[in-house]
Design a protein around this ligand. Structure first.
Ligand SMILES: Cc1cc2nc3c(=O)[nH]c(=O)nc-3n(C[C@H](O)[C@H](O)[C@H](O)COP(=O)(O)OP(=O)(O)OC[C@H]3O[C@@H](n4cnc5c(N)ncnc54)[C@H](O)[C@@H]3O)c2cc1C
Length: 483
């Protein structure tokens, strides 16, 4: 390793941030520079909680300053605009050039629009903190205007919310809005039954081909039982998106249909990050996959440039089909850290071992499903509790974890969010079924046990390594890496 040149990590999302934290946790003495254009990390699986207000911005999107406090990781808030793989040099948007010894490329993916007319301009994406803030503003604005407008057609278009794409983000979004928007609208004095949540998909089934495909029935059940039921328009292609409507065409038909809506949320498709795209002239064509992602070895190194690691949503691991998931990115970060240390010691890097531990989905306010190791499904309130507890545990520092957990428990305890009830639901109070009684007991048990488990785990240090706080800045790092 050329010790005068630092290791650069480009992109401080799940893979990049956790690579840096793992390196420091393992007392690697190298100089690390982490570059990201944003001031805040985004915990994407909980972006819905930022939209709904169930969790605060500081919990879902902590600042890098806070996350890296006490470590000697050098954070640069900037965007990398070009990479010269042969010269081993980066160019930043601010104009400076940086030479690297090792490079970790973890810039994720960007929203794709499948070439749909008007989609990029008029639809709302949901991948970043800024997206979540803009969407919240739009939703509140539509509800506010609808509550004051007499014209029925205008009100209908304001109160119709279309979500394009029935992958996990579209499904979670639809179920969440179907509880949230009636609640917000009722507070404005509106009639929640006027709200329509419409999920539109090209395929004929939801969650098709996704790791969550096994949760289809659970998601459909959630759609039927939200405060307002989610409407499905399946097997159609969205042709265009305008500020006031969208057009779609059913498969095997020439007829174009129109849905009047002032809010289209776009979750269909991802695209390759432009920085990764710009590398296509430096990487041989047969080392780039059909989606445009560079192929990396099982040890996560570029095939032609072993000093460059790439992982997460911006790389394709040779002969492995890994889904674009935070849990994959997080484990790959640990593996890159291990391999960087191995290389520094003159040892061989080892293939990344990524295990999928099941999946978790938010299916409404206080409703979720946990698919544990593809064997057990826990749905409803207990599923939601498992999902929240799991993600809160993954947040990067114990201090932060503790605050987030406290916030979440307060939410659970004081029921900030009651799902508003339609009149028919409130008229007769049904006795609880046996299954519901069992659910309630389980929820109570979890609510008591979860914080105790957190405290015990925190006390004994039974945590994932990167979560461990940097108790003291380490002024004199050891010259040898500890295994
Ligand atoms: C709404 C939503 C919900 C999700 N829910 C789940 C879930 O429940 N479970 C799950 O496992 N996964 C979930 N995912 C997927 C998961 O978030 C991603 O797979 C994961 O974030 C990928 O990690 P990454 O490190 O590759 O990229 P990211 O986490 O996206 O990080 C990329 C980083 O690179 C930075 N960057 C981009 N371009 C540049 C540049 N030119 N220079 C410098 N920095 C740059 C970005 O600012 C960003 O911080 C969800 C995704 C979304 C959008």
């Amino acid at each position: 390793m050329n010790s005068s040149r630092p290791t650069f990590i480009v992109g401080a999302g799940f893979t990049g941030l956790f690579t840096a934290l793992h390196l420091r946790h393992r007392h690697d003495p190298r100089s690390i520079t982490l570059i990201d254009p944003q001031e805040r990390f985004v915990f994407k699986p909980m972006l819905y909680e930022l939209l709904t207000g169930e969790l605060s911005e500081d919990t879902v999107c902590p600042t890098y300053k806070e996350l890296l406090q006490g470590s000697d990781i050098h954070f640069v808030q900037d965007k990398v605009t070009a990479i010269d793989l042969r010269q081993k040099q980066l160019t930043l948007a601010s104009g400076s050039d940086c030479a690297y010894a090792h490079l970790v490329l973890t810039v994720g993916s960007v929203q794709g629009y499948l070439g749909t007319e008007g989609a990029q301009k008029n639809a709302f994406a949901f991948r970043t903190r800024e997206n979540a803030i803009a969407l919240e503003r739009q939703l509140r604005d539509c509800l506010q205007r609808a509550s004051q407008i007499k014209d029925q057609q205008q009100r209908r278009s304001l109160l119709t919310f279309a979500i394009v794409g029935a992958g996990p983000t579209g499904v979670e979004m639809a179920a969440t809005l179907a509880d949230l928007l009636p609640y917000w609208y009722a507070r404005l004095g509106g009639d929640m039954r006027e709200i329509r949540i419409v999920l539109i998909n090209h395929g004929k089934t939801i969650l098709a081909g996704d790791v969550n495909a096994g949760l289809q029935e659970e998601a459909l059940h959630a759609f039927r039982t939200r405060t307002v039921p989610v409407e499905l328009i399946l097997g159609v292609g969205v042709k265009s998106v305008d500020a006031n409507h969208l057009e779609y065409q059913p498969a095997n038909s020439t007829e174009i249909k129109t849905l009047l809506t002032q809010t289209t949320i776009w979750t269909a498709g991802t695209a390759v990050n432009p920085l990764i795209q710009s590398l296509k002239f430096q990487i041989p064509a047969d080392h780039i996959d059909k989606h445009g992602l560079p192929i990396v070895t099982p040890t996560l190194q570029l095939l032609d440039f072993p000093e460059v690691f790439a992982a997460g949503d911006c790389a394709d691991v040779q002969s492995k089909q890994l889904p674009a998931l935070a849990q994959v990115a997080y484990q790959e970060g640990a593996s890159i850290a291990h391999n960087l240390i191995a290389l520094a010691k003159g040892a061989s890097p080892r293939p990344a071992h990524v295990g999928l531990r099941g999946t978790l989905m938010k299916l409404g306010l206080g409703n979720g499903v946990a698919n544990l190791f593809d064997k057990v499904q826990v749905a409803g309130k207990p599923g939601d509790l498992i999902r929240s507890a799991t993600y809160l545990e993954m947040l990067p520092t114990p201090l932060h974890d503790f605050r987030a957990t406290a916030e979440w428990l307060k939410e659970e305890t004081f029921h900030h969010y009651h799902r508003p009830k339609l009149e028919s639901e409130t008229a007769v109070k049904q006795p609880l079924s046996l299954a519901e009684q069992r659910d309630r007991s389980l929820v109570k048990a979890l609510a008591i046990l979860a914080p105790i488990a957190f405290l015990i785990a925190a006390y004994f240090g039974l945590r994932t390594p990167p979560s461990e706080q940097f108790k003291q800045p380490r002024p004199n790092p050891p010259t040898q890496s500890t295994p």
